[in-house]
Design a protein around this ligand. Structure first.
Ligand code: TRP
Length: 449
């Protein structure tokens, strides 16, 4: 078999994996979920989820992947029992579904980027609302953009781990940070921005209930790319001397920092023009274009420029994430059925494009429903609320209870070359805290407790 490739440096590891983690989940889902769940109190709970469940979960997937240096299914099987490969299969299936509907939203961002550049997002509030409704209910256009996004992802993946994933991450992640900083500064300098900053930083725990905690956990999983063997696949390209604890912590902090910055970009601007930020998924397609225009009219950095920067930011963030979802399946088909990498990538591209088309149609043009939900919402529900937690739960049970503890310790400490002071905390968390929390939240979700 040809050389699998490895990320070339520590920086490449961090940027590629952070690229997977940082995506629409941070810049689109986090702000509106925060808006709907009470602002700062939600963020506090979210942070707790990241620290208590997220980082140990990430380390577990890192251990599985880096140890085996192979695709997710074989990596899980190699832990000891053949049946564990089903955890890998589940991850591959989950990430394929996610890529399908994620590409739809990413496609909207791409279309909005071009519309922003062409100056088509100028107009009054009603115009922007109509623009979105017209676009999203068109049967053809959004499908084409979604499929286009899958194809762009395909093109990067086909170039391989180093020339594709690594190179694109190294280019896009710094750019993303720069764009975000410009937007945050512009937004926080608006008159009346303080109300937005307060909303984000002043916790009001009276709004917290079981549902809020469930949302926070789901968001943490989704944002850290946990539970789908995505991190396991990326870790199979890590070096043997990569410090897994340190990398997981750095990536989790970076991911959370970007989410907060996204909030600092959106809420101050929204509050400054008197818009409530709880409008749900359409926040970035209806509320924000309006906000940018109103808030920044007549300024040197005007609505036009900021809209272009904003949608470019979304497209970059989305692309580094779709790449990671695509890679899970591509690595699997490439290594398990011995297809050349490019052909393996085509399998995923075709399947995900089909899912994207159906999801896209269900989001506007046609009434495609499953279990009483539009197909797109159903895919989101099925993955974020069921498949990701199940994947995370099974991984924690395998790593905490079923595999040889010495093996886990050796991987955690890189064969004893790193201090093991945190190992006990990790094991405790992965044995008790992670599975119990996931289970409780899962049961709560279905009304059992
Ligand atoms: N974490 C990404 C985001 O926040 C989405 C993502 C990428 C993902 N890869 C994943 C989510 C794998 C779940 C599983 O947008």
């Amino acid at each position: 078999m040809e050389n699998r490739g490895n990320f070339g440096s520590k920086l490449a590891i961090i940027l590629a994996t952070a690229g997977s983690a940082i995506g629409l989940g941070n810049i689109w889902r986090f702000p509106f979920t925060t808006g709907q769940n009470g602002g700062a109190a939600f963020i506090v709970i979210y942070f707790a989820c990241v620290l208590l469940l997220g980082i140990p979960g990430m380390i577990s997937e890192f251990i599985v992947g880096r140890r085996a240096q192979t695709n997710a299914a074989r990596a899980y099987a190699s832990l000891g029992r053949k049946e564990w490969r089903f955890v890998g299969y589940l991850g591959i299936l989950t990430s394929t579904i996610i890529l399908g509907f994620y590409a739809v939203v990413a496609g909207w961002c791409l279309q909005y980027l071009l519309a922003a550049i062409a100056g088509q997002l100028n107009g009054d509030t009603q115009y922007i609302v109509n623009y979105f409704q017209e676009f999203s209910s068109d049967p053809v256009k959004p499908c084409l953009w979604g499929v286009a996004f899958v194809f762009i992802t395909h093109f990067v993946i086909a170039q391989g781990v180093n020339k594709g994933i690594e190179r694109v991450s190294k280019l896009l992640m710094p750019l993303l940070l720069i764009l975000l900083m410009i937007l945050v500064v512009a937004s926080c300098m608006l008159p009346g921005a303080v109300a937005g900053i307060e909303f984000l930083l002043k916790p009001d725990f009276s709004k917290v209930n079981g549902d809020v905690i469930l949302e926070a956990l789901g968001q943490a999983f989704f944002s850290l790319s946990l539970g789908t063997a995505c991190l396991c696949t990326y870790a199979s390209y890590f070096n043997r001397d990569t410090n897994l604890l340190k990398s997981a912590t750095q990536i989790a902090l970076l991911d959370s920092a970007i989410a907060i910055l996204a909030g600092l970009m959106i809420f101050p601007a929204a509050f400054s023009v008197g818009v409530q930020p709880d409008s749900g998924p359409s926040l970035i397609f209806i509320t924000l274009p309006n906000v940018f225009q109103q808030a920044f009219s007549g300024m040197p950095l005007n609505g036009y420029i900021l809209s272009c920067l904003f949608y470019a930011l979304l497209v970059f963030a989305a692309l580094t994430s779709t790449i990671s979802m695509h890679e899970i399946g591509t690595a699997f088909f490439h290594e398990e059925i011995n297809l050349p990498r490019k052909r393996a990538a085509w399998i995923l591209t075709v399947v995900c494009s089909a899912i994207a088309v159906f999801c896209s149609l269900s989001a506007g043009a046609y009434d495609l429903q499953l279990f009483g939900m539009p197909l797109m919402d159903f895919c989101d529900f099925l993955t974020a609320k069921i498949m990701l937690p199940v994947g995370g739960f099974l991984t924690s049970i395998i790593m905490g209870w079923l595999v040889d503890r010495k093996m886990v310790q050796d991987e955690f400490t890189n064969q004893g070359t790193i201090r093991e002071s945190f190992f006990r905390a990790y094991i405790f968390s992965i044995r008790y805290i992670v599975p119990c929390c996931i289970l409780m939240i899962f049961l709560h979700q279905f009304g059992v407790i």
